[in-house]
Design a protein around this ligand. Structure first.
Ligand SMILES: CC(C)[C@H](C(=O)O)[C@@H](O)C(=O)O
Ligand code: SF4
Length: 478
């Protein structure tokens, strides 16, 4: 990936080049060692940090840059009764351990009950910590979310977490680059969630492997930061190392005035640098994909990986019609787990639970989209609907806008911030056989609770589904 400055470079290459501390040397047999890359921001949560802190302790090391490290509690936290002790022993220990470690190593932590607490990928951007041109890491795959700001943001493993804690650097091999150009305009009622589900269905869950994806084109340039984050968030579900979008006025508008955003002359200098973070004319990507946004419709998944998705207007596919044998077998297995019959219209699939939330779609704009649909309506008889803000700040803003009242009046549960039903690490879980329309990012077997069945959808589709009781878009409601 490393190209000398002067040659046309992609956005990812520019950010990479600006962070090389020691370039990887090529040895006598032609093997190139990884580059040593500087890390600007390290985000931490309770699940993947305990062993890393232990490692530091055992080695007698301190945290190299506590000021560039920030922690929040998200995966194991309950979203009701947050001021009572956590009932689940494993979760309680996990959260308690994070608190002790942050205290010992001097890491800023946003614990449950704090006004800034929330899902790590919602908190970083909200505080203005995530900025264009940065390298951002976290022991969490959905770190790709931060790429929406033109940052190179990657999920890392626990041993790498320890390495970053100790040195503020990472040894990395350059990635390949892929451009996903989205031309045209998203039709009304079609959102960035539908777009990214369509992209993953197109390139497959392994399609992005080894690549940094750069989303560009007219449809991307129009999107809000929330919508861009949804797209970059799910890059990982296409197997990519990261997703990125070049920063522009929309990015600066979002960042300006946030607690950690540069101010005054520093802001002007930052914007000048950020403006250089665009892929140069003539820069080459290893792969290019083109999507026409105007042709998209609301998208839902029918299977057990995020690539098994179709337009809402389609029917459940017949594995017999899938030519690729591995894919056909995977589809048959998925349909069995999901308890779906080939040929059945997706709009007729009956849903028990609707989950709105997660680092994919738990931001203010997502909640506004849900409230737009729920206003003056009720969720279907017997339907359970959870609306979980991505952070306490999002919750406060939603309440200030009257959205919380709309959710509750419709019969939904309006919760505190956390990962919640995105994954079964806290009390918000599906029961075996329960079927959920979820705004999260993974529909793996058991992801939301053992035996639970997940359909990935946009916030608008989630809300319409809650009202109608079957998979639906707002346009399907009276
Ligand atoms: C628990 C964590 C390591 C995991 C991840 O890396 O993504 C989680 O956030 C997820 O979404 O599955
Ligand atoms: S909300 Fe879901 S995807 Fe995001 S960090 Fe939490 S568990 Fe992972």
């Amino acid at each position: 990936m490393t190209q000398s400055a002067g040659n046309p470079r992609t956005l990812a290459e520019k950010v990479w080049d600006d962070h090389v501390v020691v370039p990887g040397e090529t040895d006598a047999s032609g093997n190139t060692n990884p580059d040593l890359i500087y890390i600007d921001l390290h985000l931490v949560h309770e699940v993947t940090s305990p062993q890393a802190f232990d490692g530091l302790r055992v080695a007698g090391r301190e945290l190299r840059r506590p000021d560039l490290t920030i922690a929040t509690e998200d995966h194991n936290v309950p979203t009701v009764d947050i001021f009572s002790p956590i009932a689940d022993q494993v979760s309680a220990l996990q959260v308690e351990t994070l608190r002790r470690n942050c205290e010992e190593f001097g890491v800023r932590l946003y614990p449950m009950g704090d006004a800034e607490q929330g899902i790590v990928h919602v908190v970083g951007p909200q505080l203005g910590l995530t900025q264009p041109g940065m390298t951002v890491v976290c022991g969490d795959s959905h770190t790709s979310t931060h790429g929406a700001f033109g940052a190179l943001a990657m999920g890392i493993g626990t041993s790498e977490v320890e390495h970053v804690m100790a040195t503020q650097t990472l040894s990395l091999r350059p990635f390949k680059t892929m451009a996903i150009t989205v031309d045209g305009e998203l039709p009304d009622g079609v959102t960035s969630k539908d777009l990214i589900l369509a992209v993953i269905a197109e390139i497959g869950t392994g399609g992005g492997q080894g690549h940094v994806l750069e989303y560009r084109g007219a449809a991307i340039e129009k999107l809000s930061m929330e919508a861009r984050m949804t797209i970059c968030n799910m890059s990982i579900e296409a197997g990519a190392r990261a997703g990125m979008i070049a920063p522009d006025e929309i990015t600066y508008e979002f960042l300006k005035g946030r607690p950690h955003a540069p101010q005054g002359a520093d802001w002007d200098a930052a914007v000048e640098y950020w403006n250089s973070l665009r892929t140069d004319e003539g820069a080459e990507f290893d792969r290019e994909v083109h999507i026409n946004a105007s042709e998209l419709t609301p998208f839902v998944t029918w299977g057990t990986n995020p690539g098994q998705g179709l337009p809402l207007g389609a029917n459940v596919p017949d594995p017999a019609d899938i030519v690729d044998e591995t894919e056909s077998l995977a589809a048959a297995r998925a349909l069995e787990y999901m308890d779906l019959q080939p040929g059945m219209p997706l709009r007729e699939v009956k849903v028990d639970t609707v989950f709105v939330g997660s680092c994919t779609n738990g931001r203010i704009e997502d909640l506004r989209a849900v409230a737009d649909v729920l206003k003056g309506r009720k969720v279907a008889e017997g339907m359970r609907m959870l609306v979980v803000p991505g952070s306490m700040k999002v919750r406060a803003q939603a309440d200030a806008e009257g959205l919380g009242e709309i959710f509750e009046a419709a019969g939904a549960e309006w919760r505190m911030a956390g990962c919640s039903m995105c994954l079964g690490m806290n009390p918000d879980q599906l029961s075996p056989g329960e079927r959920c329309a979820s705004t999260s990012n993974r529909n793996f077997e058991g992801r939301q609770g053992k035996g639970g069945r997940t359909h990935l959808v946009s916030p608008a589709v989630a809300a319409a589904t809650a009202v109608r009781g079957t998979l639906a878009a707002p346009a399907d409601l009276d």
